[in-house]
Ligand binder design. Structure first.
Ligand SMILES: NC(=O)c1ccc[n+]([C@@H]2O[C@H](COP(=O)([O-])OP(=O)(O)OC[C@H]3O[C@@H](n4cnc5c(N)ncnc54)[C@H](OP(=O)(O)O)[C@@H]3O)[C@@H](O)[C@H]2O)c1
Length: 158
């Protein structure tokens, strides 16, 4: 069974993608901060393999917890770094942008996705070429949500 990890799977695009992948027979590890929304998603997808892992993706301890779920399922075929923060609305000009909120936006949208990729990259199912001098390189790369359709198109046409 192919396995996907989707961050921010409790709402919007992440939730829709999680639902569709489950219907297609994937196992989905679903992250989001509000556990109630993930429980609701679990109920909606019924018998499918959905593993809710509620928590904040910017928290290193939580990312480690997600890694443990990936390892428990064995391997990973798809990472969707979908959780994001828009920051303050309306968007303030940079000269007035509160630095704490800017830091939070960068943590959520830049640091956490890269950290998640670095953690799970060795769990890729497809064996990768490696040598004694270079670490294994997975065949997939970190992606924001928009690139997923390309990934899936490749799966459908291959
Ligand atoms: N909507 C658009 O028009 C649009 C356009 C272009 C690109 N995008 C991109 O598409 C993706 C999804 O957009 P969307 O509109 O579906 O977003 P959304 O409805 O706001 O959903 C965001 C998801 O991310 C989760 N999330 C946010 N911060 C998190 C954190 N720190 N840790 C864990 N989960 C977190 C939210 O759940 P919790 O709040 O419960 O944590 C929610 O499940 C985003 O990457 C966005 O940048 C969207």
């Amino acid at each position: 069974m192919p396995t996907a990890l989707i961050t921010g799977a409790s709402l919007g695009f992440g939730r829709a993608l999680a639902t569709e992948l489950i219907l297609e027979g994937w196992a989905v590890i679903a992250n989001g901060r509000r556990s109630g929304l993930l429980d609701e998603l679990s109920r909606d997808v019924g018998q499918g393999t959905l593993v809710p892992v509620p928590g904040d993706i910017t928290d290193p301890a939580h990312r480690q917890q997600i890694l443990e779920e990936v390892q428990r399922l064995g391997s990973l075929d798809l990472l969707v770094n979908n959780a994001s923060s828009l920051g303050p609305s309306p968007l303030p000009p940079l000269r007035h942008y509160p630095l704490k909120e800017l830091t939070d936006v960068y943590q959520t949208n830049v640091v956490a996705p890269l950290a998640m990729f670095q953690l799970v990259r060795r769990c890729s199912r497809t064996p990768a070429a490696s040598s004694s001098t270079s670490p294994p390189t997975p065949p997939w790369k970190p992606t924001k949500a928009g690139a997923v359709t390309d990934h899936r198109r490749q799966r459908w046409t291959s």
